[in-house]
Design a protein around this ligand. Structure first.
Ligand SMILES: Cc1cc2nc3c(=O)[nH]c(=O)nc-3n(C[C@H](O)[C@H](O)[C@H](O)COP(=O)(O)OP(=O)(O)OC[C@H]3O[C@@H](n4cnc5c(N)ncnc54)[C@H](O)[C@@H]3O)c2cc1C
Length: 280
């Protein structure tokens, strides 16, 4: 799809639900953009990032860097854009304004994107390439069970720090299906797993849980182009939580070649040899 693209509007989107690795839609956009710059397609292309959110990233330190990346790459950033319909016949994607009161000064017509406004708070963008991260929820067997928190997402209703179910004390959850207000990533699970493992053992032995707390750690290795990465690490409430050891050597709020090397070579090694074997 990216390699065959010949130019026009390349629209990358973010859904209104939490998704696996919230940063993934923008990572592929940065990589595609770099590829098109290399192959000469970029000069005939409008790259557009449409999100129902207000900012490119929730954690301010990383948002600052990523905003500069958008500007450098000349990417059209469209906040408050929530997808409502995809018209595949006419190759148009429809959006409603996720916060109509906050975006009423932006003019979305007559621009180089051939965008048009419908009514007070709907926009239509023609696309030549559309990248869609679909809305996501817990699997049906969880959503339709008493374990669910009863929201449309149907996530498992656990205490956000102990990961113990709020109604069933002998149930714990880790991973994407848990109702945790942080990014759904493998990195998050790495920090959740020891809390749950300790609590399960303690429950079996003494019917009590431990004092261990999961504080919402998650991480998003945002590849911003060939040889560049921003390692976003954070915890609940969008508080930056960068690794103190790494931070001695690298400003991880910035794009770094060293972090790209970590992503390309270090993280796969750590994943297969350390995390999967329960060693970190
Ligand atoms: C494009 C992309 C990029 C990502 N990048 C990163 C990254 O850089 N770093 C990072 O840390 N994380 C990243 N993630 C997120 C990471 O992959 C997930 O957070 C992680 O895999 C979640 O693990 P999980 O075990 O909770 O869920 P899953 O990996 O989704 O596992 C759930 C399993 O349950 C199975 N299942 C579902 N229903 C049933 C059923 N009825 N019966 C039996 N089995 C069932 C599914 O088939 C699946 O195998 C990324 C995800 C995506 C999609």
């Amino acid at each position: 799809m990216v390699q065959k693209f010949k130019g026009g509007n390349a629209v990358f989107t973010q859904p209104t639900t939490p998704i696996k690795c919230g940063g993934a839609p923008q990572k592929i956009m940065y990589l595609a953009d770099d590829h098109w710059a290399k192959t000469g397609v970029k000069k005939d292309t409008n790259v557009i990032f449409a999100t129902p959110g207000s900012v490119i990233f929730g954690v301010p330190d990383f948002a600052k860097t990523l905003t500069k990346v958008l500007q450098r790459k000349n990417i059209h950033f469209k906040p408050f854009y929530a997808i409502s319909k995809i018209d595949v016949v006419n190759k148009e994607v429809h959006f409603t304004n996720s916060k109509p009161d906050e975006n009423n000064c932006v003019v979305n017509e007559g621009n180089g994107l051939s965008e048009r406004t419908e009514g007070d708070s709907a926009y239509v963008l023609p696309f030549d390439l559309l990248h869609l991260a679909p809305p996501q929820s817990a699997p049906d067997f969880i959503k339709n069970s008493p374990l669910s928190n009863g929201t449309p997402g149907g996530w498992i209703d656990v205490d956000i720090n102990t990961l113990q179910h709020n109604k069933y004390p002998n149930v714990f959850a880790v991973g994407d299906a848990a109702a945790l207000p942080t990014a759904k990533t493998g990195a998050a699970i790495r920090k959740q797993a020891p809390v749950v493992a300790g609590n399960v053992v303690a429950m079996l032995n003494s019917n009590k849980i431990t004092d261990a707390q999961y504080e919402g750690y998650s991480s998003c290795p945002l590849v911003t182009g060939y040889g560049k990465m921003v390692l976003a690490e954070f915890k609940y409430n969008n508080v930056r939580d960068s690794d103190p050891f790494l931070s001695k050597f690298v400003d991880t709020t910035k794009e770094n070649y060293s972090m790209w090397i970590l992503k390309k070579f270090g993280l796969p090694y750590l994943y297969w040899n350390r995390m999967m074997k329960g060693k970190m």
